[in-house]
Write a protein that binds this ligand. Structure first.
Ligand SMILES: [Fe+2]
Length: 475
């Protein structure tokens, strides 16, 4: 064989091996690297009490990865082991018999307050800014699969389930901070046979569903900025609470709060509020409203005492700053369409009667006077309300992927329509479509807000000054 032929054969062999190597490396379940060097499946930073930064990593390895903090490497701590949890009673009967499998180790590390750089296995983590100027607000992001309830969304169609598109656009905007106002997990029951819209989707409460509904589409934005995670009603113990506690809640995962034993659900379904300072004498206050309902809560209900205590804790936390933005999944001062009577567009129903019934007994204006803003989701619309009475502005951003509301809220309100007794609406706006909201800080408590659709076009421009807000359509 001539030397030229030998060279050509070598080139072919090299090329063939290169192709095999690239193909295998691209597969998340196979790596030619030694196991200890494998990157975590996902890594992110969640902000917790007092703005503490908690690094989290999910890994298929048996031990947690190393985290490098300002040049010093340490091994991350195990938060929740890999394993399959036994079945437990669920809100939706078809899921009750299915064990929740988490074949993935959850790791964490509380970062020092003055840290400048952090990375996990060489992959940099996004760190908090003392005074974030650019904030993304999004909510209600999973793909609905709910037998006997709201039905099945076409999860395989990015036009019908737009979370991945919304994430790409939001990450391109280069935020300093991301706020998710709750409801991450929606794929609860199996996709019906013959339904191509959601065919082959995972379902139930294990990691495979969390990956498809949240971690995979959210990845570019988890890499872009630290997140504030608000808990939604889809993350109560009888739904996706086990995943909520092991993956997203910033606080320690303590026994009895992991949603594994239904006997502990009263503990697992409720959390104390916490504050995150964001500079300029302003803070975010995160509330867990996941277990409320849109009905009056009676004094003999455990939630009556829990939300009463939550109000007093909120009042104490709010005293630490001149301006406060409350983050809670359920709107306190918003609307949902008139579902019992969809033809009655003039009378949208208020959200959330449960919280209002408890808070009103402590304060007729529902919230302390230094709360400027309430950011919520739950209702799958964009809404903005500002009041001529002593109430904070309410924004609703439940538009970031989950099936949108099928019963509209009217574009204008009759003068007597209010989301809460004693509150008089001054400015009101509503928009329906997939998208997200951006907030740019002008100065303390003043924000330029825009709402963007899933094509990346602005649909609303708003201005917030203290408790007053106003939005207008972008033509
Ligand atoms: Fe919700």
């Amino acid at each position: 064989m001539s030397s030229l032929m030998i060279k050509i054969n070598r080139l072919w062999i090299f090329a063939a091996f290169s192709v095999i190597y690239v193909a295998l490396s691209a597969c998340s379940h196979f790596s030619l690297s030694p196991p200890s060097a494998r990157r975590p499946v996902t890594a992110f930073v969640v902000l917790g009490e007092e703005g503490t930064q908690i690094a989290r990593a999910l890994t298929e390895e048996v031990q947690c990865p190393l985290i490098k903090m300002d040049g010093v490497s340490e091994r991350m701590e195990a938060r929740a082991p890999a394993g399959t949890l036994p079945p437990r009673p669920r809100l939706l009967a078809p899921v009750a018999a299915k064990p929740a499998a988490f074949p993935i180790l959850t790791c964490e590390k509380r970062l020092p307050s003055k840290i400048r750089r952090a990375s996990i296995d060489g992959h940099p983590l996004p760190l908090k800014k003392a005074a974030p100027q650019r904030i993304i607000v999004m909510g209600d992001t999973g793909c609905r699969m709910q037998q006997g309830g709201a039905g099945f969304q076409a999860c395989n169609d990015s036009g019908q389930f737009a979370f991945a598109q919304v994430v790409q656009l939001a990450a391109r905007w280069k935020p300093d901070l991301v706020i998710h106002v709750g409801d991450y997990h929606y794929r609860e029951t199996p996709c019906p046979a013959g339904n191509t819209g959601c065919a082959n989707s995972p379902w139930g409460y294990g990691y495979d569903t969390w990956r498809e509904d949240f971690f995979k589409p959210a990845d570019p934005l988890l890499r872009a900025a630290p997140w504030v995670m608000v808990r939604g009603n889809h993350e109560i113990c009888a739904r996706a609470g086990q995943g909520w506690w092991r993956f997203l809640d910033p606080r320690p995962l303590s026994p009895g709060r992991d949603c594994n034993d239904p006997a502990d659900d009263q503990k697992g379904d409720h959390s104390d509020p916490y504050a995150i300072p964001i500079g300029d004498n302003m803070q975010l206050i995160v509330l867990d409203s996941s277990n409320t309902s849109n009905k009056k809560i009676k004094p003999d209900d455990i939630r009556f005492h829990q939300y009463r205590t939550l109000y007093t804790q909120l009042e104490t936390l709010a005293q630490r700053a001149q301006h406060n933005m409350v983050l809670l999944h359920h709107p306190l001062l918003g609307f949902v369409g008139n579902y019992p009577n969809p033809n009655d567009l003039a009378h949208p129903l208020p959200e959330n009667i449960g919280l209002q019934s408890v808070f009103r007994m402590l304060n007729p204006h529902l919230l302390p006077s230094n709360i400027d803003l309430v950011m919520s989701g739950h209702v799958h619309l964009f809404e903005q309300l500002s009041f001529s009475t002593a109430h904070p502005s309410q924004f609703v951003v439940g538009i970031s992927g989950s099936q949108l509301e099928t019963v509209p809220v009217p574009a204008t309100l009759a003068p007597d329509i209010t989301p809460a007794a004693g509150a008089r609406v001054k400015n009101f706006d509503v928009w329906t479509g997939f998208g997200y909201m951006t907030m740019e800080r002008i100065r303390s408590s003043e924000w330029d807000v825009q709402v963007w659709n899933s094509a990346g076009q602005p649909v609303r421009k708003c201005r917030i000054v203290g408790r007053v807000s106003h939005c207008e359509a972008v033509q």
